[in-house]
Design a protein around this ligand. Sequence first.
Ligand code: NOJ
Ligand code: CA
Length: 557
Amino acid sequence: MNRKWWHGKVAYQVYPKSFCDSNGDGIGDLKGIISKLDYLKDLGVDIIWLSPCYVSPLADQGYDIADYYNIDPRFGTMADMETLIAEAKKRDIGILMDLVVNHCSDEHEWFKKACADPDGRCGKFFYIEKRRPDGSLPCNWRSCFGGPVWDKLPGHDDLYYLHTFHKKQPDLNWENPELREEVYKMMNWWLDKGLAGFRIDAIINIKKVLPFKDYPADRSDGLSSTASMLKEQTGIGAFLGEMRDRTFKPHNSFSVGEVFDEKPEEIPEFIGDNGYFSSMFDFSETVFGRSPLGSYADSGITPDDYKRCVFQTQWQIGDIGMISNIIENHDESRGVSRYIPEGDVTPTSKKMLAALYFLLKGLPWIYQGQEIGMENISFDSIDEVDDISTIDSYRVARAAGLSEKEALRAVEKSSRDNARTPFQWDGSENAGFTTGKPWLRVNPNYTEINLADQKDDPDSVFNFYRQLTRLRKNPDYQETLTYGRLVPYLEDRHNVMAYLRQSESQSILVMGNFQKEPQILPLPSVPKKILLNNLHDLKLDSENVTLDGYQVIVAEL
Ligand code: NOJ
Ligand code: CA
């Protein structure tokens, strides 16, 4: 693997709407983020990805962009954005923006022009079709947020436009070179402003299997998830290679793709030395147990499943490139609520999960609030939910026969709003997030889980994350923790997750007891030094270590 400037860094995702509100309107903003840069620096963050803050009607919380060249006034101004980039740079932190170019907003001027003149230049930026001769829609794909992907083109009774997500997110037609030029121009404009790079949204969706055709229906609505089409898709590499060569490469910038369902043989093309992207997220544990019927039918994930998913990815990636490791993001439930068995979520188990994923090979990412151990929220009614995806999942669950209460309980587990509740800064009203009314309910557990309480407590989850970032950057261990291979250890041992990170000169053991019951575990060799331990005690002899419930240790061997 060729060495790159961003290897060995720690990355952090900010969801601007819920991070810090500087002006009391209940919505987080860029000034709020600027005010927390020192906090993030102290945590050990080098790269910050901002979820979208461009002009947007916020139908999908900014993933529906109406103007790629301006900041939404709810988040601030372009001057604030420039200040944020400059202030971050002073602290040696790079800013990534979210690149959302599978679709734009139906309020983007391109779409408005397309409606006015479907045969004109902008009409060709979208997929606009007539019904088929038998009167049916051009194909039977289901939108990710429910219903067919086709909606009537406003102002035209006989024309339909494609949206693989919400109807306010019309898909852009990547087959059109003029559209691609517009995208590259916009990306370079931002990179020239000093962005460190982009996180790239829904990128696998940009290539459609054409001409449009039906796939076997996978639910009683007669529609087919776009996943079936994407499985058949080929040729996306031409677009992605062009994008890399025209934008990322000349800027030596960082890019991380939201890539689902990659085929193992494609990994070198995606994140190898000359890959389309610098990195891509590992979603193997995210998607584990997802049901094609809808999120109400999802199964959970056990510690052994989690371990298998993670190791499988690590094995597949090997030394090809750097995967990006997460336990949560703005589209998921909180990692501690998902991966730690119900009833066992404590500061100790949160720290164990933190160490296990953070020291994997790859780039570690922290999603805002994860570093203080924020947990899922519970809703009293579907009316409290803002997320369009959860609202659709609830509708699907009700249609499948679940009662209101059952449907709510079933879909709240994986609701995206779990991760979108405001950051819990302190124990004051609204968790110190805003002086106004927060746009989304604050998790009532903020009086117990908040940064102010954890900041000076050496045993807090927050300070454990600080230790993790420091360990990754400690010159004595950085080489091994960045480039060293990962070798699973005691792989078949039920509810134990352990691995070695090995370089030519060093071996580091990471070992977690993913259950309540203590375990006596053999050591590969006598540790030279214990680098981290989430509990105060450690029962160790020359051959074995006894780990208490959810204890994790990191040891130099
Ligand atoms: C993935 C984003 O992370 C998610 O929040 C969004 O709804 C979809 N892509 C569509 O842009
Ligand atoms: Ca605000």
